[in-house]
Design a protein around this ligand. Sequence first.
Ligand SMILES: Cc1cc2nc3c(=O)[nH]c(=O)nc-3n(C[C@H](O)[C@H](O)[C@H](O)COP(=O)(O)O)c2cc1C
Length: 210
Amino acid sequence: MLASMEFQDVVRRRRMVRDYTDELVDPAVVDRAVRNATRAPSAGFTQGWGFLVLDARADVDRFWAVTAEDTAHPDRWLAGMMRAPVVVVPCSSKAAYLGRYAETDKERADQRWPVPFWHMDAAMASLLVLQTAVDAGLGGCFFGVPGDRRDDLREAFGIPPEFTPAGAVTLGHPAPRGESDGAQGSPSRRSRKPVDEVVHHGRWGVPTRS
Ligand SMILES: Cc1cc2nc3c(=O)[nH]c(=O)nc-3n(C[C@H](O)[C@H](O)[C@H](O)COP(=O)(O)O)c2cc1C
């Protein structure tokens, strides 16, 4: 039985982890994370996503070799991230949405999407991967894959051309905080905005109920 915690604790504890121990993760947690990802909402239930799971060291190393600047001389961020034993690459297919919205119960109109739903859906799924990791006592980090590395990434792992890597997620055991010299990320330089500043009640500018 996999460990799990209260939902509010998962939400509260989730943070992007950029430094890992080299301890392997239970494959059952990885399976659960990607299965949970497929429970995410998707526009028109298109599910125009695909998840590349890399959990063999050689594959993870290849991921970094094709996406990172200089794996031989990693900076703090890269050194910590490369230790993660698992990388999941959530991909989105715009073509799937073009096809889905051409079906009889949807109007086909490329411009119908006020925002790119294919990336939104991959993002919603990615959050479920992160939350599942936290729920199981692991850490994860969603990060961007540089645009000029996408083709190399597709090539290295056979990702079809219609799929765009929306980013990538490292999963692993977080290195102990304090002892770690891993990269801290933006929250070390910025604070969380107060709820009153970002939630507007009934009318923009009216703060939320306290
Ligand atoms: C779309 C997106 C892209 C991100 N890209 C990166 C990235 O390239 N590198 C990184 O270290 N963190 C990345 N992050 C993580 C954010 O920096 C992080 O979520 C934010 O600073 C808030 O911190 P927290 O998630 O730990 O609460 C990204 C997050 C999102 C949602």
